[in-house]
Design a protein around this ligand. Structure first.
Ligand code: PGA
Length: 248
C-alpha cells in the first residue's frame, strides 16, 4: 500500500514568524495523521519551518531550486543549501513557475536530476490548461510532461518520486476537477510510468492531485485508486483545514 501524501504549497504567503506559529498550531492536529504531511513554505521561511517541525511528523519542502551546484546565479537556491537546512522535498515545475518564471519541461528535468543526485525528493508538477483540455490533448500533454521530467531518472529513483497532477484551470479557482477527471489523469500518469519503468515503479510512485483541494473534497479524491494524496495551496494555509486533509 502506498502511503498518501498531503503537501501544502504555501506559495508567496506567510513570514518566518507566521511560519513558526502555524507549524506549532498544526503539529498537534496532525500528530496521528494517516498521510505523510509536508509543508512547503517560501525559501526565507524554510529555516523557521525546519526548526518548528523538529520533533513532529511534519516534513519540510521547498517550492523551487536551481539545477546548478553553485556560482553566479543571482537569486537562485541550490540543492545543497536546502539539504544543509534540513529540507527533504522540493516542488519542481509548478505551473505558476512555468507560467510566470519561464520554466520549461527541460529545466524541470534538469532540476529533477539534480534533486535526485543530491537526495531531495522532487514533487514534480504537471497539468493542462483549460484550452488544452478543451482541445482533448490532456493525456498526451501530461504524458509528455512526465516523460521529459523523468528523462535520465532511474527506476529506483522514480519509485521515490512524487508527481502532482494539477490541472491549471483548477488551481486557486475553487473549480476542482471532478473525482473522475482527477483519477483518469492520475491513472494515465501511472500507466506512463509503467511503460517507462515497469510495474514495480508504477506501483511505488506517489501521484497526487492538486487544484482546489479542500477539507470537504479531499477524502473522496484521496480514496481513488490512483490518487495518492494532494498538493494543496489555499487550504494548506488554514491549520484546521489542512489537518482534515492530512487525515483524509
Ligand atoms: P490551490 O493550489 O489548492 O490553491 O488550488 C494548488 C497548487 O497550486 O498547488
Amino acid at each position: 500500500m502506498r502511503q498518501k501524501v498531503a503537501a501544502g504549497n504555501w506559495k508567496m504567503n506567510m513570514t518566518p514568524s507566521q511560519t513558526s506559529a502555524f507549524i506549532n498550531e498544526l503539529a498537534p492536529k496532525v500528530a496521528d495523521a494517516c498521510n505523510t504531511v509536508i509543508v512547503c513554505p517560501t525559501a526565507v521561511c524554510l529555516p523557521a519551518a525546519v526548526s518548528a517541525a523538529k520533533g513532529t511528523n511534519i516534513k519540510v519542502g521547498a517550492q523551487n531550486m536551481y539545477f546548478e551546484d553553485k556560482g553566479a546565479f543571482t537569486g537562485e537556491i541550490s540543492a545543497d543549501m536546502l539539504l544543509d537546512l534540513g529540507v527533504s522535498y522540493v516542488i519542481l515545475g509548478h505551473s505558476e513557475r512555468r507560467q510566470y518564471f519561464a520554466e520549461t519541461d527541460e529545466t524541470v528535468n534538469k532540476k529533477v536530476l539534480k534533486a535526485f543526485e543530491k537526495g531531495l525528493i522532487p514533487i514534480i508538477c504537471v497539468g493542462e490548461s483549460l484550452e488544452q483540455r478543451e482541445q482533448g490533448i490532456t493525456a498526451d500533454l501530461v504524458r509528455m510532461q512526465v516523460k521529459i521530467a523523468l528523462m535520465g531518472v532511474s527506476a529506483e529513483q522514480a519509485k521515490t518520486a512524487i508527481i502532482a497532477y494539477e490541472p491549471i484551470w483548477a488551481i486557486g479557482t475553487g473549480k476542482t476537477a471532478t473525482t473522475e477527471q482527477a483519477e483518469e489523469v492520475c491513472k494515465t500518469i501511472r500507466e506512463c510510468v509503467c511503460e517507462l519503468y515497469g510495474s514495480d515503479a508504477a506501483e511505488a510512485i506517489t501521484i497526487q492531485y492538486g487544484g482546489s483541494v479542500n477539507a470537504k473534497n479531499s477524502a473522496e479524491l484521496f480514496a481513488q485508486p490512483d490518487i495518492d494524496g494532494g498538493l494543496v495551496g489555499g487550504a494548506s494555509l488554514k491549520a484546521e483545514d489542512f489537518s482534515v486533509i492530512a487525515n483524509s
